[in-house]
Design a protein around this ligand. Structure first.
Ligand code: NDP
Length: 306
């Protein structure tokens, strides 16, 4: 089994930045990409708020740049999914795709977070046939159709704007009487004729024979339910941190994110560091994820030098 000083799990801005710093510190890191190489930014449209890109940058291109920057300094990148971490031994023993593969002196855990769904019983039935959590990935399939986006944050507004450029009409379904999104996002949505915002509405059921055809929405606390004809529905109601692998031995906070000794990236497990959205319930921005990846690499280096 290969033995590494630094093993990074996750390939979003946090993981790649940790890899850039660790490889430049001559720690020969190994990065395991996971099942969504490049992380959530590869499913977004243009990133306009990452410093250094005055014209914005496509999320996928940005992650490709980060990846090649990491490999340029010697990071080894491995395809596959980590399926188990044995934390009872030192070095840590890391299993990839079910096989015991690596010994690691330190682990930088940067697995990000995953989209939330409403929890309606019919959701499973319509996944891939009308229900999605990624407009950039699936919007193409709804050209000139009618879709709904659920949520009132930046993601929902961004997805609604993007879908309005493809679809005939977009309902933005917001459970509160106001949007939580930033002012510029709110303005973008308000100025778009194709977007109709339904405030104080909740989606309560999905219907359709083989694919989604209608959704039931309920206004405020009224009992009456209105049916809307839609071909697709996009969930944009936030994310859950990806902690399944480590939740039995790493301490989490009340919201289920990894608890770090901020501003450091140390956790309750010596040698185990967390970076990016998996430990950030507040900001959840690429720039913060990248910054915490940098800190994690420096924390791991200090730990190894002790
Ligand atoms: P947020 O947590 O900000 O917003 C989630 C939205 O979903 C809220 O409106 C919330 O409603 C609603 N919601 C949650 N659960 C339900 C439910 N069960 N039913 C109906 N509605 C629900 O998540 P985002 O993904 O939008 O954003 C996360 C972070 O990423 C934020 O910090 C955001 O600023 C940032 N971001 C920035 C972007 C950019 O700058 N380009 C793009 C995308 C995200 P309620 O308000 O009632 O809680």
């Amino acid at each position: 089994m290969k033995h590494v000083k630094v093993l990074i799990i996750g390939s979003g801005p946090a993981g790649y930045t940790a890899a850039i710093y660790a490889s430049r510190a001559n720690l020969q890191p190994l990065l395991i990409e996971g099942n969504l190489p490049g992380g959530q930014l590869t499913t977004t449209t243009d990133v306009e708020n990452f410093p250094g890109y005055p014209q914005g940058v496509n999320g996928f291109d940005m992650m490709e740049d980060l990846r090649s920057q990491a490999t340029r300094f010697g990071t080894e990148i491995v395809m596959g999914e980590v399926t188990k971490i044995d934390s009872s031994v030192r070095p840590f023993c890391v299993f990839v795709d079910g096989e015991q593969r690596y010994f690691a002196d330190t682990i930088i855990y940067a697995t990000g977070s995953s989209a939330k769904y409403l929890g309606l019983p019919e959701e499973e039935k319509y996944r891939g046939v009308g229900l999605s959590a990624c407009a950039t990935c699936d919007g193409f399939f709804f050209r000139d159709k009618v879709v709904a986006v659920v949520g009132g944050g930046d993601t929902a507004c961004e997805e609604a704007s993007y879908l309005a450029s493809i679809c005939k009409k977009v309902y933005l379904i917001v459970r509160k009487p106001y949007l939580r999104a930033s002012k510029s996002m709110q303005q973008r949505v308000a100025e778009n004729d194709k977007i109709e915002i339904l405030f104080e509405n909740q989606v309560v059921a999905l219907h359709g024979e083989t694919k989604l055809q209608t959704i039931d929405v309920r206004f405020s606390n009224e009992n009456e339910v209105r049916s809307l004809e839609v071909d697709g529905i996009f969930m944009a109601i936030g994310h859950t941190p990806n902690v399944d692998l480590i939740k039995d031995f790493v301490e989490l906070d009340e919201q289920g994110y990894i608890r770090v000794n901020s501003p450091m990236t140390t956790t309750n497990v010596p040698g185990f560091f967390a970076a990016g959205d998996v430990s950030d319930p507040h900001y959840r921005q690429a720039i913060n994820a990248a910054a915490s990846g940098c800190r994690a690499a420096m924390d791991a280096e200090r730990y190894l030098n002790k």
